[in-house]
Design a protein around this ligand. Structure first.
Ligand SMILES: Nc1ncnc2c1ncn2[C@@H]1O[C@H](COP(=O)(O)OP(=O)(O)OP(=O)(O)O)[C@@H](O)[C@H]1O
Length: 259
C-alpha cells in the first residue's frame, strides 16, 4: 500500500508504560507507542497476547493499573468520565468485531447512522436523513435499504453499516477490533478495500487489532507485535513482515506463508 501518512510534529495519541493485570495474570505490560495524525497502527499477536486488553485500555473500556495515555495533549486517565464519554461520541470511534455489539439491532439502518448525529447535536430531520443516506452510499449499502433493520442484512453489510455509524460524526481516532473477523474471505477483501479508501480519504488515525497479517499488510503503516502481554517488536509494517527481527515474529510470519 501507499505508505504516506499525514505527518505532524505532535502525536495524536501517546501511550507510555501501559500495564493491566487481572489478579496475578498479565493482560498487557509496559506498552508504549506514539500514533500520529493519519497513521494506521496494526497490533498483531496470537490469542491471549494482550491485544484486546490493550485496545480496551486505550478506548477507556478498561482502566489500566499503570501508565499514561495522552490524547491531543490531554491526559486521558485523569479525565472526568463525562469528558471521556464525550470524546468517545465525538472524536473517537470503536468498531467491534461483531457488528451486533456496535449496532442497535431494533433500529433501521438509517436510524443507526442518524442517531449518532443526533447524539452530537444534529436536530434537523431532513438533514440527518440526507447525511445517513449519503453514508449508506459510502459504505455501499443501496439507498432503498435505509428503512431495513440490520438483522435483514448480511454479515458484511452489517459490518459496513457499523462503520458508517462510527464514521458519520467525523472522528479523528478509530479503534478497530478484528473488523474483518468472522467474514467470508471475499467479503473480507471487499471490506478491507472499503476501509482502506475511507481511512485514506478521511485522514483517519486508526489502531487496528487483528490476528490476520494480510489485514495489517493492506491497512497499517506501522505494526506492533505482542506476545504474553508485551510488545516484542514494532516498526514499519513492510519492514517487520519482510524482515522480522524477533524469533516470535519470524514464527508468526512464516506460519502464515506456509498456509
Ligand atoms: N477478564 C479477564 N479476566 C482474567 N484474565 C483475563 C481477562 N481478559 C483477558 N485475560 C487474560 O489476559 C491475557 C491477555 O488476553 P487478551 O484477551 O487481551 O488477549 P488477545 O490477544 O486479545 O486474545 P484474543 O485474540 O484471543 O482475543 C490472557 O492471558 C487472558 O487470559
Amino acid at each position: 500500500m501507499e505508505r504516506v501518512a499525514v505527518t505532524s510534529d505532535q502525536p495524536l495519541l501517546r501511550v507510555e508504560g501501559l500495564t493491566k493485570r487481572y489478579g496475578s495474570r498479565i493482560g498487557c505490560a509496559d506498552v508504549g507507542f506514539d500514533l500520529y495524525p493519519g497513521e494506521v497502527l496494526g497490533i498483531v499477536g496470537e490469542s491471549g497476547s494482550g491485544k484486546s486488553t490493550l485496545l480496551s485500555c486505550l478506548a477507556g473500556h478498561l482502566r489500566p493499573d499503570e501508565g499514561a495515555i495522552t490524547y491531543d495533549r490531554r491526559d486521558v486517565l485523569a479525565m472526568a468520565e463525562t469528558e471521556r464519554r464525550r470524546l468517545s461520541r465525538t472524536e473517537w470511534a470503536y468498531v467491534h468485531q461483531n457488528p451486533r455489539d456496535g449496532l442497535r439491532m431494533g433500529v433501521s439502518a438509517g436510524g443507526n447512522v442518524g442517531e449518532r448525529l443526533m447524539a452530537v447535536g444534529a436536530r434537523h430531520y431532513g438533514g440527518i436523513r440526507e447525511q445517513a443516506q449519503d453514508w449508506l452510499g459510502r459504505v455501499e449499502i443501496a439507498a432503498d435499504r435505509i428503512d431495513d433493520r440490520p438483522a435483514q442484512f448480511s454479515g458484511g453489510m452489517q459490518q459496513r453499516l457499523q462503520i458508517a455509524r462510527n464514521l458519520v460524526t467525523g472522528p479523528r481516532l478509530v479503534f478497530m477490533d478484528e473488523p474483518t473477523g468472522g467474514l467470508d474471505v471475499s467479503v473480507q477483501a471487499r471490506l478491507l478495500d472499503l476501509l482502506r479508501g475511507l481511512v485514506r480519504d478521511l485522514g483517519l488515525s486508526v489502531i487496528i487489532v487483528t490476528h490476520d497479517l494480510a489485514v495489517v499488510r493492506l491497512l497499517a503503516h506501522r505494526l506492533m507485535v505482542m506476545k504474553g502481554g508485551r510488545v516484542v517488536e514494532q516498526g514499519l509494517t513492510d519492514q517487520v513482515l519482510d524482515d522480522p527481527q524477533h524469533a516470535y515474529t519470524q514464527i508468526l510470519v512464516s506460519s502464515v506463508l506456509q498456509v
